[in-house]
Write a protein that binds this ligand. Sequence first.
Ligand SMILES: Cc1ncc(COP(=O)(O)O)c(C=O)c1O
Length: 433
Amino acid sequence: MSATIVDVSQPITDHEVNAIRRDFPALLESVNGEPLAYLDSAATAQRPHAVLDAERHFLEHHNAAVHRGAHTLAGLATEAYEDARSTVAAFVGAGPDEVVWTANATDALNLVAYGFANASHGRGGAAARRFALAPGDEIVVTEAEHHANLVPWQELAAVTGATLRFIPVNDSGVYSVGDAAAVLSSRTRIVALAHVSNVTGFVAPVAEIVALAHARGALVVLDACQSAPHRALDLPGLGVDFAAFSGHKMLGPTGIGVLYGRAELLDALPPFRTGGSMISTVTMTDADYLPAPQRFEAGTPPVSQAIALAEAVRYLQRIGLDRIERREELLAERMLVGLAGIPGIRTIGPGLGVPRAGLVSFDVDGVHGHDVGQYLDARGIAVRVGHHCAQPLHRRLGLISSTRASAYMYTTTDEVDRLLGSAHEVRRYFGAA
Ligand SMILES: Cc1ncc(COP(=O)(O)O)c(C=O)c1O
């Protein structure tokens, strides 16, 4: 991608998208004899040459275990690894000691939930008491969460006796600040919510919910999986206490995720995993832990993945997160208008004019989601079908599954139009129209 871009207030143009696409080898694939239309970036994004090359370059020239060994390569590897942490931290407005490397967002959310569980069992001393939960305490989640931001809180409630409460969604899968205010109470200790829903594309009123939660003494855990790749994020500015996102959804590798935590909280939270690399001294019966973030990074970490993720961040920054967000808004609007105009198709999520991310999930009356997915795949169009790891939300919307088309900065309007064209045909093909 050439560095000579452009008016940062404007969405990426079709012309620029064509140039961007040349950076992504996977987008040149053909599927079933058709050019691939990859509309599944909300599941995992494709990776540009710059990211693939960065990982390979590290492995070919500087590969070594980090934070160990006195040799030159180990020093270079450690430097690159910690530089990557600083780059990713700055990307979300945080300091390097506020970023913990994890395996993915799921791992990051579990790290927080298990930290609370360990504190509830007396681990972490006086400093960790603020995380201890007991019967009567409440953990609040929304009805629209990905299982990754629901099941760990179910477990935490089960082991502490705390109560899990839900912010309900309406028939579009959307909720308001008022809906949240009605559920939060002086017993609320944790509020866990997705910044952007992976099913509806709904953008949560995070700052307002943070204000409600903090006024009641609760901590806020943000699932930023579907926002960090697509919009500029200032996590300290938003006021959240913890946040999680995954490298593979933002042009980076699998096997790397990020937990952001306010420094003061990370320093007090008991670790989830223990072992090598996270201790200062160990005796046969006891151990002292390093400060955050190292205290949460037991074992050999995903070094080349962290370095490649930092390269992905630089790539996103070169294009501009605001421009990516604008572009995806336009694509979502095109999908929404097109799909909503097709008889027998019901779109899920906020309607036109309400902020939404670049994805649209829909139900095709009389055709099973997997048939829709196969029909589109036969035409080279890759979408996600199923419950998208959000069974409670689908149940609430009266659905077992849906079809989700998701865009990224490399998605063309032509790909969206191919989706719309095929969606027009699908009910007739299966005899449902
Ligand atoms: C909103 C949301 N949260 C959490 C996750 C879990 O991400 P990972 O599987 O990378 O841990 C996803 C992935 O689909 C997601 O979309």
